[in-house]
Write a protein that binds this ligand. Structure first.
Ligand code: GEK
Length: 259
């Protein structure tokens, strides 16, 4: 019989220096080199990330329903998955993490195995556009939708809304863009100052920006809210914002509409 696999290499905090030296411009990918430094990269790059993660636990605790599925779509190394795992108060919930990066899923397994909570977690190395969703109470897209082709976003959100039970929620965190050029410029500058304050050089900031601008497509808050409502969520609220990074809660009403 196969013994359960023990994590042989505990995930360590490795400093992100991926863009520290001059490199040939190419699109950003979630490959093994990114997975290796990811906890450090996301903490130093995304304002509010270290607040959002524990709040995902708090929100999950409020909205997880007995016997439901909870999904973390674009789970990377499982930070949000683990927050959900700790928040779920029902032992009969099924928690599923999905990511299409093999390097991420491989390391995510280690993090899950090291965690002391024993609610089972199913990890799927799949595209979130294809992954099967049903009977959901809490779904998280923590900085993932921004990497999905904009033309595919409405379809995905509609599928999530359809799979969500009455009273269930979607936690959607995104980098956003602003309606006016002036606000866009101010918030972008503040974000870059945040990165500088976290030790990134001007070269790192500009090379990362070039690498990511074709793959991370931010949208306005109005576009997000409108699309979430069109997808089938009844209420959309902002529960967190720091500069150009926002987290929304999209709620499906408890009593389904009868009209
Ligand atoms: C966290 N939620 O730590 N299908 C599956 N996975 C995808 C897809 C897709 N179509 N597109 C992107 N991803 C995490 C952080 S990171 C955010 C999420 C960031 C995956 C991609 O492989 C990566 O692991 C993740 O979405 C985005 O709370 O790096 O800014």
């Amino acid at each position: 019989m196969n013994k359960p696999r023990k994590p042989s290499v505990p995930p360590e905090q490795v400093t992100d220096r991926l863009f520290a030296t001059e490199r040939r411009p190419e699109d950003f990918r979630f490959d093994a080199s990114v997975a290796r430094v990811f906890p450090d990269m996301i903490r130093r790059s995304v304002p509010g990330y270290t607040t959002i993660i524990p709040m995902i636990e708090v929100i999950t605790e409020q909205y997880a329903q007995p016997g439901s599925h909870c999904y973390d779509l674009g789970c990377s190394l499982g930070a949000s998955t683990l927050a959900m795992r700790h928040g779920i108060p029902h032992r009969d919930c099924i928690l599923v993490g999905v990511d299409n990066s093999e390097a991420m899923i491989e390391r995510c397994e280690h993090y899950i195995a090291l965690d002391d909570n024993n609610l089972p977690v199913t990890l799927r190395c799949e595209d979130i556009l294809d992954t099967e969703l049903s009977s959901a109470s809490v779904t998280t897209l923590n900085f993932t939708l921004q990497f999905v082709d904009p033309d595919q976003r409405a379809g995905l959100l509609t599928r999530i809304a359809k799979a969500t039970r009455p009273g269930g929620v979607l936690i959607l965190s995104e980098k956003i863009r602003f309606e006016t050029e002036s606000e866009q410029a101010i918030q972008t500058r503040l974000h870059h100052e945040f990165k500088r304050a976290n030790g990134y050089s001007d070269l790192e900031i500009s090379q990362k920006r070039t690498a990511i601008e074709q793959v991370l497509i931010p949208e306005t808050l109005a576009a997000h809210k409108e699309r979430l409502q069109a997808a089938g969520f009844d209420q959309v609220l902002i529960w967190y914002q720091c500069f150009n990074f926002v987290s929304m809660l999209a709620i499906k009403a408890n009593t389904p509409d009868t009209d």
